[in-house]
Design a protein around this ligand. Sequence first.
Ligand SMILES: [Mg+2]
Length: 384
Amino acid sequence: MKTIFHLDMDAFFVSVERILDPSLEGKPVIVGGDPHGRGVVAACSYEARKFGLHSAMPIRNAFKLCPHGIYLHGHYKEYVRYSNAVKNLLEKKLPVVQQASVDEFYIDFTGCEDIYGSAPDFAAALQKEIADKLLLPCSIGIASNKTIAKIASDFKKPKGITYVEPGKEKEFLSPLQIERIPGVGKKTFPILRARGFRTIGDLAESSPDYLSTLLGKFGTDLWEKANGHGNDILYSEQERKSVSKETTFDEDKVSKHEIENYLFELTGKVGQLLRNEEWQAQTISIKLRYSDFETITRAKTLTHPTDDDKIIFETARSLFRNAYTRRVGIRLIGIHLTKLNHFFEQEFLFDDEELIRKRMLRAVMKIRDKYGFSSIQIGKSGIE
Ligand SMILES: [Mg+2]
């Protein structure tokens, strides 16, 4: 059995704002921009939460509930800087760290007791060190898998430590409300409530068949989670080095347009692989083999990692156009993504226009991932 930590920074953006401006301490602080604008609350302090505010709520509604709050646009580059500082601190101590978002980390503590002492003692020391060195508060959940560790880190916030002892998973989960399970939200919550499910224990006592009738595969997963089972594998950045796909043609191709269509299809496949495993890639390479077997590769490293088909395809296509110079047929084309990491640039790091485009593309890519790559094409030939 493993020992997994989920470390979640408390009101992270607000905490960073308070480092930048200590006069914000103890006040209701809201990060998310103009209180009369169309945006949403990216983060709010615990003082603001007392008025019913929570993240992701429209900022105008927040303003109605808490007109005397301090509304800030946010220093997003600073958040990334502090996030990296937390990550570096964790990686110095433990070999397997998975960054799950800008302010959340999973750590595999299995077998580390001999070096660091018991898991709860180490958690307390870690929490103190992050508070002392980086002035940032966090909460930690410790359990035998990632889902329970995440539920546990949220159990006592802020500055909480919750340890779910091995064998006590069901005991811990059973009395909690169903919406504590990550993924039970707007869509699934009403369905479950309408059938009388209130606690995680209710789900555990139901059957996987019944839940899968209600919710499909998610229902079966939910039953597993409610019974204390779950994923305990961390995706650390060292494990996956690359994602690649290539196609060898039955007959050599000469038409640039045709080859680009193949490249487009390969892009969809590698993009889906990335998204399935929650990776983003920063370096994009193509491989080209001529009919006489001369093989060339070209690569480009982007400023930011991405899992966006549009960016990947456009980069690969321009590499291809520059590389395909000989008047000889092509027998193989491949795409190769490297410099992978798990860090998600969260949606609010983008301005509105970029955000909307990203959301739309993400929705399209989800449909493709589910129903196959040819189900949707945007623009004339490929993604425009
Ligand atoms: Mg957090």
